[in-house]
Design a protein around this ligand. Structure first.
Ligand code: HAM
Length: 429
């Protein structure tokens, strides 16, 4: 039979994390959880799949994400359109409304996990990637915006990242954006003849995105465009100044970027991004802002909110540039044995060691001593515990230090009675 079976690989833009890589993920996740706890953020989890209309309504019909990047499909059982989440905020808000989470107090919550966007893959840009998503729900002041930003600054410091630059902007309120939009469309209409296909398409649907052009011929048009900032009313300006003042108080440098357009439509007032020059083209590690209208837009009782998300792959890439990871070890103790009885005794002794919290592998597979020692070495264990015929006869185990730094010197062996084994090793780790 000729095989038609095509070699299976992961889907383009979706990555595996093998044990060495995954160790870095787990370490980072631990740092993140500790850091979030310091600011009172609690974990929650939302589904990977949601109704497509949550995202079309929440993120906005004319965003790149909704127009062309969502993995959507029809549920063959009931004809509903479902979508793999392209971000967390919409789902977090849906869950908040559905479970009436804000009924008695504001909430600080976070979640981590995979999200999906059908983008063109390159370094730092994947189709399945991971976000840490942090949301402060039910709080309206600039103090909260500033706290979120300062919190991220502390994280970069804790991870030893340098060269992180903060950009902030205010998108005002929707009536201010409407007034700006009308002025912007009037401005852009004067350039109709030179607008490219995308520009023309977006002229009336999303004129701000027309400015987000890389086309040098359109640069003058973009530079001369009316600025949203000039359309902000007193309240919006005061809010923005409140955020800026708190950043200055804390000594966090920032650049006001009046051109910052986030790729999601739910934002108002403060928006911000942390960028770096160490990741090539995909420079944004963290992005977020205020979204005071989203909860009501998705059917909840109006409540303000602000949050951000960090791209985990980008953060890991950056972090790996600034540290030497500890070698990955499989266990602390590797048990070597010869013969059926010794194997059974080793399994029991291993359980006893685990009772003391030790990480133990009992050798399985090829029986020869030589290959067992090779495996013990490769495991990264600090100790090999050996049960051969002699040891079994004496009711003792041989303990061999495998790492030079252990106080049982490398290549020396000690005999220890079975019942004293756990204590002997515990004294040495
Ligand atoms: P976002 O800017 O679309 O915001 O994504 C947040 C971060 O996810 C980006 O800054 C970037 O680090 C990472 N990211 C985005 N696309 C990719 C990709 N294709 N591959 C790898 N990493 C990527 C949001 O998603 C908002 N929900 C953030 C937010 C939370 N706003 C308020 N609350």
């Amino acid at each position: 039979m000729t095989s038609e079976f095509k070699k299976l690989t992961a889907i383009r833009g979706m990555n595996d994390a093998l044990p060495d890589d995954s160790a870095a993920w787990e370490t980072l996740e631990g740092v993140l959880r500790d850091w979030l706890a310091q600011y009172g953020y609690l974990n929650m989890r939302v589904p990977v799949l949601e109704h497509t209309r949550l995202f079309t309504r929440g993120i906005g019909e004319v965003t790149d994400i909704v127009e062309k990047e969502m993995y959507s499909f029809t549920d063959s059982l009931n004809g509903e359109s479902l979508t793999l989440r392209p971000e967390f905020t919409a789902g977090m808000v849906r869950a908040t409304i559905e479970h009436n989470l804000l009924y008695d107090r504001p909430r600080r919550v976070y979640t981590m996990g995979p999200v999906f966007r059908h983008e063109r893959p390159q370094r730092g840009r994947y189709r399945q990637f991971h976000q840490l998503d942090v949301e402060a729900l039910g709080l309206s002041g600039p103090d909260v915006d500033a706290e979120l930003i300062l919190m991220t600054a502390r994280l970069w410091q804790r991870l030893g990242l340098d060269g992180m630059a903060l950009e902030i902007n205010s998108l005002g309120q929707s009536d201010e954006r409407q007034a700006h939009r009308a002025a912007l469309i009037a401005h852009l209409e004067k350039y109709r003849d030179i607008l490219d296909e995308d520009g023309l398409r977006r002229l009336y649907s999303n004129p701000l995105r027309v400015l987000d052009t890389k086309n040098p011929a359109l640069q003058d048009m973009a530079d001369a465009a009316p600025r949203l900032f000039d359309f902000l009313g007193a309240e919006s300006r005061t809010h923005f100044e409140g955020v800026c003042a708190r950043l200055t108080d804390a000594g966090v440098a920032y650049r006001v970027n009046p051109r910052m357009v986030r790729g999601l439509d739910y934002y108002n007032l403060t928006v911000f991004e942390w960028v770096t020059d160490k990741l090539g083209a995909q420079a944004t590690v963290c992005g977020g802002g205020r979204y005071d209208d989203l909860i009501a837009l998705l059917g909840g009782k109006p409540a303000p909110a602000v949050g951000f998300a960090i791209g985990m792959e980008r953060l890991l890439d950056l972090w790996s540039q600034s540290r030497t990871p500890a070698p990955v070890v499989e266990c602390q103790v590797y048990m070597i044995h010869q013969g059926d009885l010794a194997q059974r005794r080793a399994a029991r002794l291993a359980e006893g060691l685990r009772d003391h919290g030790l990480n133990v592998i009992v050798h399985a597979g090829a029986p020869g001593f030589k290959s067992q020692f090779r495996r013990a070495d490769a495991s990264g264990a600090s100790f090999a515990v050996i049960l051969g015929e002699d040891e079994m006869a004496a009711g003792e185990a041989s303990v061999k230090g495998l790492r030079a730094q252990q106080s049982v010197a490398n290549d020396t062996q000690m005999r220890v009675p079975f019942e004293k084994l756990a204590k002997f090793i515990m004294d040495k780790v």
